[in-house]
Design a protein around this ligand. Structure first.
Ligand code: PLP
Length: 232
């Protein structure tokens, strides 16, 4: 099997999973966008994926993402930055990423805004919410209590568009329970920001639970591309 055939077969299984999950949740599959996470895989896979109709790709490390985006400027895909963001890299990320999912502190906002302005456009922003218990080691994402102030900071930035929320289910917890908490955080958030309707949640292992909880964007890596190399 060629790489293109392999990707086509896995992509079609993932699209079927999304359609079934939408069916089970009484949702229209057109409400859920697939972002294929290409981290650790080469730019050639991005080209093959685009040929297979993929319009959105995700990366979690700036250097790798920047290089891959530069190698594929002729490929019509939107780059989603989904990883932990350092404030000294944020402006650079905003130069190639159309969507940044991982905004979790106000310090990132000014730099992202400057990067977006330098590119001469606007960047779509999602606020990453932590679903971990407070105080957990290596916690990524804003505390739900800090989301309102963070949302206000993004809304005040001229070149950023507040689109919604993003989260990752904590390891070792039933994703349905984690995504139920996320749905509550989102309901409160939507009361203040009714237009910021995107919810980025769900990966290869838990996309069904995320779609049941209202995800509008799923971020799927291994189920499309295969296992990542063990050394990361
Ligand atoms: C790697 C990654 C994914 C994709 O994970 P898979 O389990 O390979 O589907 C999704 N979201 C984030 C934030 C990631 O870093």
């Amino acid at each position: 099997m060629s790489r293109a055939e392999e990707l086509a077969a896995r992509l079609s299984r993932v699209r079927d999973r999304i359609a079934s999950a939408c069916g089970a949740a009484g949702r229209d599959p057109s409400e859920v966008s697939l972002i294929v996470v290409t981290k650790y895989f080469p730019a050639s896979d991005v080209r093959l994926l685009a040929d297979l109709g993929v319009t959105d790709v995700g990366e979690n490390r700036h250097q790798e993402a920047e290089a891959k985006a530069a190698e594929t400027t002729d490929v019509p895909v939107t780059w989603h930055f989904i990883g932990g963001l350092q404030s000294n890299k944020a402006a650079a990320v905003a130069r190639y990423a159309g969507v940044v999912h991982s905004v979790d502190r106000a310090k990132l906002v000014g730099a992202l805004d400057r990067g977006a302005a330098a590119r001469g456009g606007a960047v779509d922003v999602l606020l990453q919410v932590s679903l971990d218990p407070p105080g957990r080691e290596g916690r990524a994402g804003a505390d739900p209590a800090d989301v309102p102030a963070l949302a206000d900071a993004v809304e005040a930035a001229d070149h950023l568009r507040l689109r919604g929320l993003m989260a990752v289910a904590p390891l070792g917890e039933d994703p349905e329970e984690a995504f139920a908490r996320l749905a509550d955080v989102r309901a409160a958030f939507l009361a203040d920001h009714p237009d910021a309707t995107w919810l980025s949640a769900g990966m290869s292992g838990d996309l069904e639970a995320a779609i049941a909880a209202g995800a509008t964007h799923v971020r799927v890596g291994t189920a499309v591309l295969g296992s990542r190399p063990a050394v990361q």
